[in-house]
Each structure stands twice: as C-alpha cells, then as structure tokens.
Ligand binder design. Structure first.
Ligand code: AMP
Ligand code: MG
Length: 433
C-alpha cells in the first residue's frame, strides 16, 4: 500500500526541484491569462438540451430561442398623464382658450366618440387616445369652469404627453435574443408581449469538492494543523448567483485512490467539476497527475497571482478545473476562468465584464511577468471622483481581503508597480453576477 504522502514514480513526471511554484514571479512554462481563457473557452461545449419554462421559472435562465413579439407594446397610443386630450392642431396659440369636455377616457375604458375642434376629452394615464386627439394637456395646466367646460393655457406642443403604440416594442421585432440570461426586467418585458412560456437551456450541473488532509467541516473540532474548509462555501456562494445546478461533494483526502473515486463520481454526475487544493507540486498534491491519468490535462500553469498553478482539462464528458487551495486564489481563478467557462457551458452569449479605469489612491507593489488580481475598494472621493485603493493585506490566504473588497484591480503582465495617482483597470464584483 502506498503511503498517502508519497507519490508513485509514474506520477512524478518531473523532478519537483525543477518545477516552478506559485511563489515564483517568472515561469517559462506558464501561459498568459488571456491565452488560458481562450484555450479554456475553446474546449467548452455548451449544453444543448432545452426545457420549456413558465416565466416564473425562467429567472436567471438562458434563452434557447429568440423572443419575438406578436404585438405592439403599448398596444394603443395612450396618455402619459392625467389631463385633457385634444387635437394638437387645435391647441391655443397665444392666449388661453375655452373647450367643452365631451367625455372621459379611463385606462381600460376608452372614450368611444369623436373629438372635434373646440372639444377635449378628460383622460387618465394609460387610457387609449380618443379618435380626433393626439395631444394631452396636463390637468395642472387647465382650469375647470364647470363639469363640461375648461380653460387651457397656451404654450403646449402637438403630441405632448402621449405614448405611441409600439414605442417600447414593435410588432414582429426580436425582443430578447437566444443566449440571453433572463433578469428581472426581462421577465416583465416578455410578459408585456403576452408570452407566458419560454424555451431555455438545461442548467449545467457543477460538482465540486475540496481536497486536503488538514480540512475539517464547520462544526467539527480542530486539532493542531487542521483548518476549516472555507473554499466550498465561497464556491457555493459564487455558483448560487449563476444559472447552474450545484452538486457539493464535500471534502476528499489527499490520497490518490480517494481522489480517483471522487472524480469518478463527479464526472458521472456533472458537466463541469471544480476541485480546490492539491494541484501544485507538493508531496500531497495529486490532482494534476490523476487528471492526466484519468482524463486529459490541457492547461496547468498560468502566469497569474494569486492563482498559479491551476489545472484545466477534461474528465470523461465533464470539463475539469483544479483550482489552487489558497482561498483567495480560488476566487480569483474562479472569476477569471471558471465563470466564463460556466457562462459558455450554459449557452450564454459571450459577455464582456464591466471594466472601468479609475485613479488608484495607493501604491501597489507588483513584479512584471504575470497578471495580478489585487483586491480593491472602489469609492467616491470628496471631489466626486471614482477612485480605488487596495485592501491592506493582499496574501492569497487573506480571505477577508475578498470580503472587504468590492472589486478586483487587474494588473497586466507588463505592469511593474503602480504609484498613487496612476489609473488602473478594475472589475467591480457586480460584473461577475
Ligand atoms: P494546496 O493548494 O492544497 O497546497 O493548499 C494551499 C493552502 O490552501 C494551504 O494552506 C491549505 O491548507 C489551504 N487550503 C486548501 N484547501 C482549503 C480549503 N478548502 N479551505 C481553506 N483553506 C484551504
Ligand atoms: Mg493541499
């Protein structure tokens, strides 16, 4: 029986002493973040199964069809105000004029008669414009003489306060495109066209587990050297915001056989697998070697801090991400690689994260040669300028730096440090939702 902390010879493809670790700034074997993302996305095959959903079920789901409206929205030209409808050609020129009120139009109860010169119709917001009218004068700009007569002041414009039929959505137009992930407003927009069911892609199934002999679950007692497994919780949290089915497979020991079993289970259940830990070159790091043994390894090292090494490959039908164990690295690599992969897997059209340039108020230390994600706090300065500063401690084990931050500061490979006052590129966390 092999000692669980010894790697078999077949697993030691390279001598550990010649391999770069995540502490090195330069590593000729590492690929750039950009080329890693490109390579990853090239390997992801979107889910193609389609489900019919009610609008209530479709929140956060990805459309498998274009939504085409069969109606105009609004369906009728209608009033945007409470007031009086009349013909714009019959508005007073310079002086106020007297009009007779020939009826009332309510939302859902139109005035069925005709309105001619010298006449107006009392109208409420949302009521269809009566025949012979195209303009509404707000109630506040009129003066009641009696129930059937009013004064209207001068200074109005033809067509004012009127919402044209189809001005929001025109009949036969594409309202939302296939590949769009439905948000709250989209549900309302679809409902406004009278459509109650949509076709969406099946949600991808994402399985994940943590690896590490030192890991214990919340609620357990800790012995010396043991720590609580936090990665499964941050991964759960990041997945919850996405259109996915979540499969939490718990904690797996740093033992090759346990890992093989867990990966077998995961690949039988999931479209995409995420593990954390055990992916580096330490004596208890088996993930990469087992991936090579059971499936295919496409990427291992990426020139990124925090976050290298990270394994990406294929395990049966499932895409596989072996993320590093350090809690901050888990989140930064998730946002850089796993999130776009899941978005593609779920059938979403490619999304460009909201990227902004802002002035950095603190110096940032960095060595050239790798991409860095520093944790930042965006805020409005006294001069009403959006600025960012780094959270104080930036270590890959300082998970509170993620919870205190509201953005990632992205520093490219060439950058060799930032001085206070320089402009930096930032991804607000909201862009990852
Ligand atoms: P590894 O990549 O397995 O060498 O782990 C790197 C560091 O991350 C070690 O200090 C681990 O104890 C820590 N770590 C690994 N997995 C977890 C986890 N699930 N939760 C919290 N810390 C972890
Ligand atoms: Mg480990």
């Amino acid at each position: 029986m092999q000692n669980k902390h010894e790697k078999s010879n077949t697993m030691l493809h390279n001598s550990i002493s010649t391999q770069a670790s995540c502490a090195d700034a330069f590593d000729s074997e590492s690929i750039t973040v950009e080329s890693a993302r490109h390579k990853i996305l090239g390997q992801i095959v979107p889910v193609d199964a389609i489900e019919q959903l009610t609008l209530h079920q479709s929140l956060n789901r990805v459309l498998a069809q274009d939504i085409v409206s069969t109606v105009n929205v609004p369906g009728h030209t209608n009033s945007a105000m409470d007031g009086y409808a009349l013909s714009g050609d019959d508005l007073p020129d310079t002086n106020q004029r007297q009009y007779s009120v020939v009826g009332t139009a309510l939302a859902g109860a139109p005035f069925k008669g005709q309105c001619i010169a010298g006449q107006c119709v009392r109208i409420m917001t949302g009521a269809a414009m009566p025949d012979g009218t195209d303009t509404v004068v707000m109630q506040e700009h009129t003066e009641k003489i009696s129930d059937s007569e009013i004064w209207i002041s001068s200074g109005h414009r033809k067509y004012q306060n009127v919402r044209q039929a189809g001005e929001d959505i025109s009949k036969d137009s594409i309202v939302l495109k296939k590949g769009h992930c439905l948000q709250a407003a989209d549900l309302g927009v679809i409902a406004s066209t009278g459509i109650g069911q949509v076709q969406a892609y099946r949600q991808p199934r994402i399985a994940f587990f943590s690896t590490g002999d030192e890991l214990r679950s919340v609620g357990d007692q800790l012995d010396t050297g043991q720590i609580y497994d936090s990665n499964r919780y941050s991964i759960y949290g990041m997945l919850r915001g996405l259109s996915v089915e979540i499969i939490d497979l718990g904690i797996v020991k740093d033992h090759p056989e346990d890992l093989r079993q867990a990966l077998k289970t995961a690949s039988s259940k999931a479209d995409l697998i995420i593990t954390t830990g055990g992916v580096s070159v330490g004596e208890a790091d088996f993930v990469k070697d087992i991936l090579e043994e059971m499936g295919e390894l496409h990427i291992w090292k990426v020139a990124m801090k925090p976050g290298r090494p990270i394994a990406f490959g294929q395990l049966g039908k499932a895409a596989f991400f072996g993320l590093p164990g350090n809690p901050v690295s888990v989140m930064t690599t998730f946002y850089q690689f796993v999130l776009p992969a899941i978005q593609r897997l779920s059938g979403q059209a490619d999304r460009t994260p909201l990227t902004i340039k802002v002035k950095c108020t603190s110096d940032l230390r960095k060595r050239a040669g790798r991409f860095e994600c520093q944790r930042g706090i965006l805020s409005l300065s006294e001069a009403d300028q959006l600025t960012v500063c780094a959270t104080s401690k930036q270590g890959s084990g300082i998970l509170t730096s993620m919870s205190r931050a509201n953005c990632l500061i992205l520093l490219d490979e060439k950058c060799d440090g930032i001085s206070a006052g320089d402009s930096v590129t930032v991804h607000p966390f909201s862009t990852y939702l």
